[in-house]
Design a binder for this molecule. Structure first.
Ligand code: SF4
Length: 358
């Protein structure tokens, strides 16, 4: 059976026309799926009983299956989602005072082996489909009853493509899913509320700006190629200078829409005052802001987090050079849901931490 979630509008129309329906049904179907969050055809009250049966015999509205859920003490919520057979991914809902972001995965595992990242220890299995990427958002919206609401009342306000995997190694499916998320007749999330994070796949960066126009985040984490080769091995192929050149010409970047440079603070590795001064120099002619991320440890990790005083000093050097450098407050550390901690393995989702939503 064909899953309608993740199909483009044109593909939905084609599927319905192939069943003998009029093309306008596609618009109604789209509304049921992406505005009302319908989970089955039975609840589609604008369709006749006969049509509902026909639809149920040919299509599904299948989300990834929830294998496990964990609620952090700080309100973050992590799902372990089964996408097929043995393959699982993780997604994390991160509520704040006036917004909430969902951290979405793009691959099962990752090829890139960034040495500070728990996902990098998991073998790459496959790319996710657009339906599986979108399915993570559908699961979150189901959980938080976030359908049928005007944008101003929604809980899920932002999407960050920062979960498991390198999204630009799965660009066709990631871009298809993001177009559906941004579609004004559906979930209708503005491109300004979507951020795509890459380890630095240079040939794809311009495309993200011209085709999608979403916010760009770069996993930078070091100021020399020598250190970055260790932390983010794709740097051997796409070194810092070339990466920053691609950022300089990122379409749509300006003072109001800055490129975010992620910088994980690793004790004794990349956190010296000289590193901060060099980072300021590297970013001086780019519309940039830096997210300083206190390292979130994981079992077997070779690193430890810089001290608070070192992180604050690092931030102040950037600030003195007119670069905004907020220090990220770690979220979901107690359930291994913080930045760099995702890994869809059993030990990362221990039942002892299971809480329930009130
Ligand atoms: S940081 Fe991103 S690209 Fe690097 S290993 Fe982790 S998931 Fe993969």
């Amino acid at each position: 059976m064909l899953n309608l979630i993740g199909l483009s509008k044109y593909e939905v129309e084609e599927a319905l026309v192939n069943l003998g329906e009029k093309p306008y049904r596609a618009k109604q179907m789209w509304h049921w799926i992406y505005c009302k969050g319908a989970q089955n055809f039975e609840e589609m009250s604008s369709f006749s009983e006969k049509l509902k049966i026909l639809l149920a015999n040919h299509f599904t509205l299948q989300r990834p299956r929830v294998s496990h859920e964990q609620l952090s003490n700080d309100g973050s919520f992590k799902w372990l989602l089964e996408v097929d057979g043995p393959n699982n991914i993780e997604s994390v809902f991160i509520p704040e005072v006036d917004r909430a972001a969902l951290c979405v995965s793009s691959q099962v595992g990752c090829t890139l082996n960034c040495s500070f990242c728990h996902t990098g220890t998991q073998k790459m299995v496959r790319n996710l489909t657009a339906g599986e990427i979108l399915g993570q958002i559908m699961v979150a919206k189901d959980k938080y009853q976030d359908w049928k609401k005007p944008a101003s009342e929604r809980k899920l306000t932002n999407i960050v493509m920062m979960g498991m995997g390198e999204p630009l190694f799965n660009y066709p499916e990631v871009s298809k899913a993001l177009r559906i998320i941004m579609d004004p007749e559906g979930i209708s999330l503005s491109k300004r509320r979507i951020t795509l994070s890459t380890s630095g796949v240079i040939p794809m960066i311009e495309k993200v700006g011209t085709e999608l126009g979403v916010g760009l985040a770069i996993s930078l984490h070091a100021v020399t190629d020598e250190i970055r080769n260790e932390l983010v091995p794709i740097n051997k192929k796409y070194p810092i200078e070339q990466l920053l050149n691609a950022c300089r010409t990122y379409p749509g970047a300006n003072n109001a829409r800055r490129i975010t440079f992620e910088y994980v603070m690793l004790k004794g590795i990349n956190d010296s005052e000289a590193d901060a001064r060099e980072l300021s120099r590297l970013l001086r002619d780019i519309h940039a802001k830096v997210n300083l991320i206190p390292f979130n440890t994981w079992p077997g990790s070779p690193y430890s987090c810089s001290s608070t005083s070192v992180i604050k000093k690092f931030a102040s050097i950037l600030n003195n050079n007119k670069i905004s450098a907020p220090i990220r407050v770690p979220r979901g550390r107690d359930i291994m849901a913080a930045c760099g901690q995702l890994r869809s393995a059993k030990e990362n989702n221990e039942p002892k931490k299971l809480n329930s939503l009130s």
